[in-house]
Design a protein around this ligand. Structure first.
Ligand code: GUN
Length: 289
């Protein structure tokens, strides 16, 4: 069994990005610039956005954090999105989700200029992905495909089962995995799938992205399978300083011995998701600067 080290791979990619930034700056241009819009004080969102800002610093990007309180109105937020769309000093930006209930996520996402949508959530980018055109790819699917590529894991003709059909992970990942560059035969399983255990047990590549801690057990995994765990649920852990720890969707201890490759949580897909946002921002900058 080979443990896929997402942290190490993401660090390698960060070094490559930092080199690209040095080259841009050496020609007298400004460094790539990412902005993050954060609404409210949700612990998870605060942590994710802080990581995104720190990642920017590490590779030499400029970053800007824009904060609103929970009671911001939808028109106020959309006005800020329009302002960022028109800011020539900015290559890309994200609006951290989830949003407060009184704001439509879809309306906000659709207000973002697709050329600055480094999350890859805008319908134009999703549509371009489906058509195989150049697009900003949603960060987690992008990171997973990059991990498989960098570990030289064979994918062509393989049976890939994705558990979960979210707009951010499962659905775009199913498109990427079936594209010619990857060539997997893809099944998207979900809460209504019959014989889920059997479907999973037939996977050469099993990707768990349903957000249910330790859902995938050893009897759902084929001997020699590649298992990619996208789950990052915070569970109570009184023995830790923070009071919580991250749990994946895979029961790691019993599944790992059956795998040819497996990602841990933390340190697997998570760091790759973060670095994908940097890759998208670099791409946005190369189009804009
Ligand atoms: N919330 C959870 N993941 C993400 C992400 O990748 N982008 C944004 N904008 N919000 C999120």
């Amino acid at each position: 069994m080979i443990l896929i080290d997402g942290k190490k791979t993401a660090d390698e990619i960060k070094k490559e990005i930092a080199e690209a930034v040095k080259l841009i700056v050496s020609t007298g241009k400004r460094p790539p610039h990412l902005a993050a819009v954060l609404i409210g004080h949700d612990g998870g969102s605060e942590t994710y956005v802080a990581f995104k800002i720190k990642d920017c610093e590490e590779v030499g990007f400029r970053s800007t954090l824009i904060r609103f309180e929970d009671d911001v109105t939808e028109p106020e937020l959309i006005a800020k999105v329009h302002e960022l769309n028109n800011d020539d000093d900015l290559d890309g930006f994200i609006v951290q989700l989830p949003l407060p209930k009184h704001i439509s996520e879809q309306k906000v996402i659709e207000a973002i200029d697709a050329r600055k949508d480094v999350d890859g959530f805008h319908p134009e980018n999703v549509g371009r992905l489906v058509l195989g055109l150049p697009a900003f790819l949603s960060a987690t699917p992008f990171g997973i495909v990059e991990l498989l590529k960098r570990y030289q894991i064979p994918t062509s003709g393989k049976n890939c089962v994705i558990v979960g059909r979210s707009n951010i992970v499962g659905r775009p990942l199913s498109i990427l995995m079936s594209q010619k560059a990857v060539n997997a035969t893809v099944t998207v399983a979900h809460s209504q799938t019959k014989n889920l255990k059997q479907v999973c047990a037939e996977a050469d590549i099993l990707i768990a992205a349903l957000g249910s801690p330790e859902f995938i057990k050893a009897d759902m995994v084929k001997e020699g399978a590649v298992v990619i765990d996208v789950g990052t649920t915070r569970v109570n852990a009184p023995d830790t300083k923070s009071g919580w720890r991250l749990k994946g969707d895979v029961k790691f201890d019993e599944v790992a011995p059956k795998c040819s490759y497996i990602t841990p949580v933390p340190g697997g897909v998570g760091p790759m998701t973060r670095v994908s946002l940097l890759q998208n921002t670099l791409l946005a900058a190369s189009r804009n600067i």
